[in-house]
Design a binder for this molecule. Structure first.
Ligand code: ATP
Ligand code: MG
Length: 199
């Protein structure tokens, strides 16, 4: 059983996240990808109108029809903000027989490897770092190289998707179209709930 966790705020989930997860499934033969929306301090959510339940529901809508994708409530149900390493440890305990992966984009992998002690995480899970437009990986290959040679971090080339949640929120607030940048169900959900209208 190859299980990957893909963490993020998913505020909102967009095609960049989905392409990234799907590429990981096909390139690494994963059985399951668990989308893990983060818990966030409440004041951060209220600013733009989307709460944890909205972010969770949009993830559920977005993965519909993909039998290998699932959404976890683990982090949003915790009262405090969780560290990736603790989340991975939880699933390590829950499924000791599973081979664990953690999927990130080229920007987020930097943050993870800059933690004081990435070894703990890398002992439990293989890190898959997806290419992302605007975040060249060569800049960090120096600090990464040790983990790359040890095969604990893998660089995954994916079709470049220059979409971010920040861009989606900004476009909604500026009344620009987000059609095709997010799955149709997400576009409708954002419209219906009136999310992100104020930046
Ligand atoms: P924000 O602009 O709010 O930071 P985001 O688009 O970066 O949103 P996150 O929820 O922060 O989305 O990202 C979750 C994970 O998905 C991160 O590891 C991030 O690097 C990755 N990711 C997001 N968008 C892309 C993309 N277009 N291509 C590759 N990876 C991506
Ligand atoms: Mg981000």
């Amino acid at each position: 059983m190859k299980l990957a966790i893909m963490g993020g705020t998913f505020n909102p989930v967009h095609i960049g996240h989905l392409v990234c997860a799907e590429e990981a499934v096909s390139q690494y033969g994963l059985d399951r990808v668990l989308f893990m929306p983060t818990g966030l301090p409440p004041h951060k959510e209220i600013q733009n109108g989307a709460g944890p339940e909205d972010r969770y529901r949009m993830c559920v809508l977005a993965i519909g029809g993909n039998p290998r994708f699932e959404v976890s409530r683990y982090e949003i149900d915790k009262q405090q903000v969780s560290y990736t390493v603790n989340t991975v440890r939880h699933f390590r305990r829950q499924m000791p027989e599973a081979e664990l992966y953690f999927i990130t984009g080229a920007d987020a992998v930097l943050e993870i490897l800059e933690w004081k002690d990435p070894q703990d995480l890398l002992m439990m899970a293989t890190l898959i770092a997806a290419t992302r437009p605007g975040y060249p990986l060569d800049k960090i290959s120096g600090s990464l190289s040790r983990f790359l040679t040890e095969n604990r971090v893998k660089i995954m080339e994916i079709p470049g998707i220059g979409v971010s949640s920040t861009m989606i929120r900004r476009r909604v607030s500026e009344r620009m179209s987000i059609r095709y940048l997010v799955p149709e169900g997400i576009r409708q959900y954002i419209n219906k709930e009136g999310l992100y209208r104020q930046e």
